[in-house]
Design a protein around this ligand. Structure first.
Ligand code: 0WD
Length: 251
């Protein structure tokens, strides 16, 4: 990753999956730029970025296009171009990550799909312009896109759309040697995950039932992320890769 420049979206704190991936990329020599969402997270992201000798390129809320444009302009200024982007962003109203999917409201459906799915396309549009020598885009998904999961509800629908968009983006951007992939991570206790109903039960269930008889860590997802964001995966695009202790073969 020496000489590679990457933009990391979605670090909330040192438990974030994005943080695990950023650490793994930095360990191989990548130069990183980070965004944060709002002032509260800025306080957490700044010291983390500094720990990896990275840049902070500003506040990015994907529901506010001006902030997305601003962080890409700042990334271009600071890094002079891009080789990879990590998208580790998702959101749904917590009240709808419990109970039944059928009760999803139109407002939360639109907001969840915008933040958790469309934002990856919005980011790909801007990254394409900065990736003049090809590049790699990576997003995070979950098995709830493929199978029903208790409480995952509208996020499962958003992740299914996100996985489909990985395939469409891969086909569109392949001729520019820009690759697009997703990691389907097993459940990990993060800020976002704490909003999902009965999450502790899901963790235990995965621990008991996955082939490796455990859950995964952000460092394990981090190493797989480094593979996708580096030349190691140069022949791979449009892939949904499970890093879930094997749960998807039994669940
Ligand atoms: O078990 C898990 N933790 C799994 C997470 C299993 C499989 C996949 N994932 C996915 C998530 O769905 C998400 O896409 O991994 C990605 C990263 O999530 P995370 O590391 O679990 O969670 P967290 O550390 O909370 O980071 C997600 C961040 C947000 O944090 P909070 O918790 O404040 O919502 O996504 C960002 C924000 O920093 N985010 C936004 N960024 C820009 N604009 C927005 C937004 N509108 N909304 C959320």
């Amino acid at each position: 990753m020496q000489g590679k420049r990457g933009l990391i979206l979605g670090v909330a704190n040192n438990r974030s999956i994005a943080w695990g991936i950023a650490k793994a990329c930095r360990a191989q020599g990548a130069e990183l730029a980070f965004t944060y969402q709002g002032e509260a997270l800025e306080k957490r992201v700044r010291p983390l970025a500094a720990e990896l000798g990275g840049h902070v390129v500003g506040h990015c809320d994907v529901t506010d296009t001006a902030t997305v444009d601003a962080v890409f302009a700042e990334t271009q200024r600071v890094l002079g171009g891009l080789d990879f982007v990590l998208h580790a962003i998702a959101f749904s109203d917590k009240d709808e990550l419990t109970g039944r999917y059928v009760d999803t409201t139109e407002g939360n459906f639109a907001k969840s799909l915008l933040i958790s799915c469309y934002s990856f396309t919005a980011i790909a549009q801007r990254a394409e312009k900065l990736m003049t020598n090809g590049g790699s885009l990576l997003t995070l998904t979950y098995y709830g896109a493929e199978k029903w999961m208790p409480h995952y509800n509208v996020m499962g629908v958003a992740k299914a759309a996100l996985e489909a968009s990985v395939r469409y983006l891969a086909a569109d951007l392949g001729e520019k040697n820009i690759r697009v992939n997703a990691i389907s991570a097993g459940p990990i206790k993060t800020l976002a995950a704490s909003g999902i109903g009965d999450f502790r039960y899901i963790l235990k269930w995965n621990e008991y039932n996955s082939p490796l008889r455990r859950t995964v860590t952000i460092d394990e997802v981090g190493d797989a992320g480094m593979y996708f964001l580096s030349n190691l995966s140069r022949g791979v695009t449009g892939e949904i890769h499970h890093v879930d202790a094997g749960y998807h073969v039994v669940g």
